[in-house]
Write a protein that binds this ligand. Structure first.
Ligand code: BV8
Length: 243
């Protein structure tokens, strides 16, 4: 287990204005591939063709086949000890803000109340009616799925070149500004504007701790780096035995 400074332990125990930002790495031990690691999602596919409005307009069937495959894969996965430790910590310290870039719904399944700033794979949106609804059908009955109004549905996720949801991102920015402790967990810190959140927090005086299995562009800015898998580091760090 990575060694933790007394300062970090105190801030965790105090539990005031704590923000956690998670990425694909926290779901790795649940069996969900990360994006940029080996066997990652992006390794096989071109990101522009799949996670972009242009790619979807050009070939909705291909894009939905990829999302349906991810939905099937993730539906078979369960939250891990890292997700559960964050959920228990947020229950103990209700002022904790959990921001996730992940679209796998595993934080919610672990009992957390996350700000899902990149949306969720298990929600669909009708572009004609502007209505978003949960859709847990695995596999989808037809590819691409069609709304009752006849329009082709889209996944309720944020694609490259698209704006992040205003409400969730506004709350995340506000929490980053007020943060006393900002934990960055399992993200390559490459995708913006999500990656700007720890920078904002650090700039406003937050203590910045990174939990990752390898160095990232954020590591140099962090006050403390805990190297190790999130499912192993988080229960000990957050003082939560794995129930
Ligand atoms: C936008 C949803 C603006 C879909 C995704 C500067 C400012 C603003 C924008 C930009 C900018 N520079 C470039 C941009 C454009 C772009 C961007 O950031 N590009 C990057 C690639 C350079 N950003 C955008 O397009 C965003 N929109 O800015 O709009 C705008 C302005 C005007 C008009 C219109 C719009 C939208 C970004 C959201 C894109 N959507 N996904 C889907 O999932 O299908 S991004 C995708 O990457 C996922 O959401 C994912 O969460 C995210 C980040 O990846 P990570 O989660 O970090 O995963 P990764 O595999 O990279 O890393 C895993 C990490 O875990 C590694 O560090 C690894 O070491 C670690 N790890 C592995 N195992 C473990 C572990 N850690 C701990 N424990 C383990 N066991």
């Amino acid at each position: 287990m990575a060694s933790v400074s007394a300062r970090l332990r105190d801030l965790v125990a105090r539990g005031r204005n704590v923000v956690a930002l998670t990425g694909a790495g926290i779901s790795a031990e649940s069996g969900v591939p990360t994006f940029r690691g080996k066997d990652g999602f992006w390794e096989k596919e071109s990101i522009e063709d799949l996670a972009s409005p242009r790619g979807f307009r050009r070939d909705p069937r291909r894009v939905w086949s990829w999302y349906d495959a991810r939905r099937r894969q993730i539906a078979a996965c369960s939250p891990n000890a890292g997700h559960r430790a964050l959920a228990a910590y947020q229950a103990q310290h209700p002022g904790t803000t959990l921001v996730t870039q992940n679209v796998d719904a595993l934080h919610r399944r672990a009992g957390s109340r996350p700000l899902e700033i990149h949306g969720c794979l298990f929600r669909v949106r009708c572009p004609r009616e502007g209505v978003t609804r949960e859709d847990l059908r695995v596999p989808l009955p037809e590819i691409p799925p069609v709304c009752g109004c006849g329009a082709t549905l889209r996944p309720d996720v944020v694609w490259f070149g698209e704006l992040l949801p205003e409400k969730e991102m506004g709350e995340a920015m506000e929490a980053a500004r007020r943060a006393e402790l900002f934990l960055v967990i399992g993200t390559s810190s490459l995708v913006y504007p999500a990656a700007s959140l720890p920078e904002i927090a650090r700039g406003r005086g937050a203590y910045l701790a990174e939990i990752n299995v390898e160095e990232t562009p954020l590591s140099a800015l962090a006050d403390e780096v805990l190297t190790g898998p999130a499912a192993e580091v988080l229960p000990g760090l957050l003082g939560i035995g794995d129930p």
